[in-house]
Design a protein around this ligand. Sequence first.
Ligand SMILES: Cc1cc2nc3c(=O)[nH]c(=O)nc-3n(C[C@H](O)[C@H](O)[C@H](O)COP(=O)(O)O)c2cc1C
Length: 165
Amino acid sequence: MKTLIIYSSVHGNTEKISKAMAEVMNAELKKVDDAIADDIKNYDLIGFGSGIYYGRHHKNLLKFAENVNGNGKKAFIFSTSSGKKLPIINNFDKALLKKLSKRGFTVIGNFNCRGKKAYYNTPGLIIRPFCGQKEEDRPNAEDIEKAKKFAENMKKLFSETTRLS
Ligand SMILES: Cc1cc2nc3c(=O)[nH]c(=O)nc-3n(C[C@H](O)[C@H](O)[C@H](O)COP(=O)(O)O)c2cc1C
């Protein structure tokens, strides 16, 4: 199984998660700004991750997802965010999931953890209520462990579902 992880990480939070997952999966890592649609051709499983910006994944990752052909490939998504995902009112995965399924990917997993607040240095009182505690340093060691477990599960799920189909 060859895995590629494509990510965007403005403040380095999602990059920590991407690296932890890549280590477990023996995956190739690529920043979205260095990636082209054809990059996914040689891989069986593709991970897409970024921080959450204004209620969705980073715009560059969303743009990339719009222009890449899944051709039935399996994918997983992940993110770091200051706020928690909430059904309906704060379901920040929705935009990326919709684009990936439209482009022919089957998304088999989804990971999120908190990401610390470079945010609070940014003007924008309106969005601050979504960001949680200022002092907390996230992702922390526990988040990294969870990301690694998730990556292990993705490997297992990939091989189980590929064997069955
Ligand atoms: C301009 C801006 C907008 C953000 N919007 C949200 C948001 O809508 N919801 C949320 O939970 N976190 C939001 N955040 C927090 C980021 O998702 C969080 O810090 C994330 O870990 C950043 O990931 P990165 O360093 O990998 O880019 C925002 C941060 C910034 C700077």
